[in-house]
Design a protein around this ligand. Structure first.
Ligand SMILES: C[S@@+](CC[C@H](N)C(=O)[O-])C[C@H]1O[C@@H](n2cnc3c(N)ncnc32)[C@H](O)[C@@H]1O
Length: 467
């Protein structure tokens, strides 16, 4: 069995990245764009030490769950890994992914209670990140190929609303290669690197990311965007770094008031270009309502909301609590959360702290330990620092609600909190054969914020073990 061989097998399972898993003669193969039960011939791209990667050649026996993907760049662009599966199957795959991941990473037999699906299977994203490049002397606007920095050119995207097509057209017209150049990743020359757009209820924030300090003719671009989209703000973001990070540190507001005002859950708040915001508005609502209802206690309680973004969830949690703290690293988001607290009459019981959670949460959890406490954690993909989990195990807040966008990270962190993983010398060293848990999993709920893609969001509720 070697590179370039053609093999035929039956897809047994779907992996973390939405790829089919095959076992052939003692080797596990990962082959994207397959579904369970399908008989497939694939080309071996790489094989080593019992692990292999393949590319589908022919699907010999199709699953009844397979659908015809409605996108001309499907399998080329790295955006949608599950577009070939019907939506019901996508949800089953994600449920299985969460349960398998808990078992594999933390030896936990988990069971997803509910799957909250997206009413919109397509066109749901409120955010567009559009790379703009000079590729071999030619302007390329589109999306990155999976695990690559090649741009797959496209003039539309099936998970973005209709405005995406107009944005791509306007940006292509503007970056003409002469007055306004596109960034070239090899030469590190050229100006426009990315355009990031956020849209809420017909209001837009555009961020033009450039490898320079100014941009010729930007007023013409602003005129065109405002003619097309109405209420807009436009920022320049300066990013001269030689890395993959989209945004640089410096933002310059060129047009508009710079923020979008939202009114939801009875809370008025504003978000800017740097503040985190879930990309699927309708599923976000279900997610926040679930977290708020899980947090509720009969007696007086304090909420500590780690990784709190612009503060809307903190505010929802704060309404029923004695007081709530939000801890967030991005200053713009914390400024928004402070304004939210003033505008919504929550100033006296909502405290927003601009700092890394790993620096602040351990002391805060300890300080509030004498009160009934609900700890909410909504970290980025890498999960929660071990020092925070250990502080929680020492101070023992009454409930921990973990909102997770990475099944691997949440499985690991919940493994620490439920003692199925051993921690020695500040490191996770393996499964614990004799767990003596302080916390137990009460429920796991899945929220499909990202239809058509491999991405999974879940909420894990932990409570203290009754002794
Ligand atoms: C998944 S988002 C959740 C935001 C918020 N809970 C919401 O629903 O809008 C994660 C947030 O953590 C913030 N963040 C990332 N690393 C952090 C850290 N080390 N300490 C504090 N906040 C951090 C990000 O800026 C982002 O706002």
């Amino acid at each position: 069995m070697k590179k370039n061989d053609f093999l035929t097998g039956i897809c047994e399972q779907i992996g973390y990245n939405g790829e089919g898993i095959f076992h052939i003669e003692g080797t596990t193969f990962f082959v994207p764009y397959c579904l369970c039960g399908e008989k497939v011939t694939f080309k071996v791209l790489k094989v080593k030490n019992g692990i292999g990667y393949g590319k589908v050649q022919t699907v010999l026996e199709e699953s009844p769950d397979r659908v015809t993907p409605k996108c001309p760049v499907f399998t080329k662009c790295g955006g949608c890994q599950l577009l070939h599966a019907n939506y019901k199957t996508q949800l089953q795959i994600k449920k299985q992914t969460v349960e398998n991941t808990f078992k594999k990473i933390a030896n936990i037999k988990a069971c997803v209670e509910n799957v909250y699906f997206s009413e919109d299977e397509f066109f749901y994203r409120n955010k567009l990140q559009l790379p703009v490049r000079d590729q071999k002397g030619k302007l390329a606007v589109g999306f990155f190929r999976e695990n690559s920095h090649d741009i797959v050119e496209t003039d539309d995207c099936i998970i973005q609303p209709a405005w995406c097509k107009d944005v791509i057209k306007i940006i292509k017209d503007f970056v003409d290669g002469k007055k306004v150049t596109a960034y070239n990743e090899i030469t590190k020359k050229g100006l426009v690197r990315h355009v990031v757009v956020r849209e809420i209820d017909g209001e837009f924030i555009f961020t033009i990311v450039i490898n320079g300090d100014k941009i010729n003719g930007v007023n013409g671009l602003i005129d065109r965007l405002s003619d097309k989209f109405g209420k807009i703000s436009v920022y320049l973001n300066i990013n001269k770094m030689d890395n993959n990070v989209i945004l640089g540190d410096k933002f310059v507001l060129l047009y508009g008031d710079g923020k979008i005002t939202l009114n939801e859950f009875g809370i008025t708040y504003k978000i800017g270009p740097q503040s985190f915001m879930q990309v699927n508005n309708k599923v976000k609502k279900m997610l926040y309502e679930k977290v708020t209802s899980l947090a509720k206690e009969d007696d007086e309680y304090v909420v500590i909301d780690g990784y709190s973004g612009a503060g809307v969830l903190t505010a929802m949690l704060c309404k029923d609590a004695k007081r709530a703290y939000g801890v967030e690293i991005i200053k713009e988001a914390v400024d928004s959360a402070n304004q939210l607290a003033i505008d919504n009459g929550l100033k006296d019981k909502m405290t927003n702290i601009a700092a890394p959670c790993e620096d602040v949460l351990p002391d805060l959890i300890k300080k509030e330990a004498q009160n009934k406490t609900v700890l909410v954690l909504d970290p980025p993909r890498k999960g929660v620092d071990l020092n925070i989990l250990q502080a929680a195990l020492n101070a023992k807040p009454d409930k921990i609600i973990y909102v997770a966008c990475s099944p691997q990270s949440v499985a690991r962190d919940v493994g620490v909190l439920t003692d199925t993983l051993k921690v020695e010398g500040g490191k996770i060293t393996g499964f614990n054969p004799n767990p003596n848990p302080i916390y137990t999993i009460k429920s796991i709920n899945l929220f499909d914020l990202f239809p058509q893609t491999k991405h999974v969001e879940c909420v894990v509720m932990l409570s203290k073990v009754q002794i």
